[in-house]
Design a protein around this ligand. Structure first.
Ligand SMILES: Nc1ncnc2c1ncn2[C@@H]1O[C@H](COP(=O)(O)OP(=O)(O)OP(=O)(O)O)[C@@H](O)[C@H]1O
Ligand SMILES: [Mg+2]
Length: 245
């Protein structure tokens, strides 16, 4: 993203004064207004360093998905600041923000959000269509991403011909096809049985370990959270625990 900013040092700069990869500073998010206002996030601070694998847990409604939306530049805070490598995200235009989101983040959700009667190869290549990548290159990169998630040979399979675990693998391939530095996964195993869930966890762990992708994952499952090297617990829009294994 260029050179470090003047002013605005977010949080604790690491060794050599390098700012965190991602930094939420006193971030509050309020939905609605007046008596109907919901304070989804209530002044949270969260720094994520490059290469971390962070698990976020906490009760339903504690603000986990809201935090993920802000981290992924899908939503903006109501108050507080969000820095990416020290840059204040709130100062960026909508266009720059969208470009940043597409270039640096991959998203994985509980619902796999795949097009149903479309092949795995086409689903995975979809983000590249928006990036203006030609058909041949799209197919080449999508096949590469499918190989990474263990689905080489299934390029032509349509979504309705794949199991839940396979569909989530396709969704993960789609998330990494752009070569993102950060993968944000919100309940990636929520619709899977424990065996398929464990496979997805091993896949995310290998993306983190072998491909140096920073992974931030929301989960309700303590077993899934244990794959991460850092456990963050939310309660009522606040971070109540933040610990490294
Ligand atoms: N778009 C929205 N409009 C209004 N309220 C919202 C919106 N999104 C979230 N909320 C509210 O904000 C609070 C936090 O929601 P959020 O989705 O972040 O929780 P969560 O921790 O992800 O919960 P879950 O584990 O059930 O997914 C909840 O009270 C929710 O109802
Ligand atoms: Mg949620």
């Amino acid at each position: 993203m260029g050179s470090p900013t003047d002013g605005h040092p977010p949080g604790d700069a690491g060794e050599g004064g390098i700012p965190p990869l991602l930094s939420l500073r006193h971030v509050t998010k309020v939905y609605g207004s007046g008596g109907a206002a919901v304070r989804a996030l209530d002044g949270i601070d969260l720094d994520v360093q490059p290469g971390e694998f962070v698990a976020i847990t906490g009760a339903s409604g504690s603000g986990k998905s809201t935090a993920m939306s802000i981290l992924g530049c899908l939503e903006v805070p109501s108050a507080g600041e969000y820095f990416i490598e020290g840059y204040p995200v709130q100062d960026l235009s909508a266009d720059v923000l969208a470009a940043l989101r597409n270039a640096r983040f991959g998203f994985v959700f509980q619902q796999f959000n795949l097009l149903t009667r479309t092949s795995a190869l086409e689903n995975v290549g979809m983000p590249l269509v928006y990036g203006g990548v030609g058909a041949r290159e799209r197919a080449r990169r999508a096949a590469g991403a499918l190989a990474v998630v263990g689905l080489a040979g299934r390029e032509a399979a349509r979504t309705n011909e794949l199991s839940g675990g396979e569909q989530q693998r396709v969704a993960i391939a789609r998330a990494i096809v752009n070569g993102p530095e950060i993968v944000l996964a919100d309940e990636p195993t929520g619709n899977l049985d424990s065996k398929r869930g464990a496979e997805i966890m091993r896949l995310l762990a290998s993306l983190n370990r072998d491909d140096r992708i920073t992974v931030i994952m929301v989960t309700h499952d303590a077993g899934c959270a244990a794959y991460a090297s850092r456990q963050v617990v939310f309660s009522d829009g606040k971070v109540v625990t933040d610990g490294r294994a």
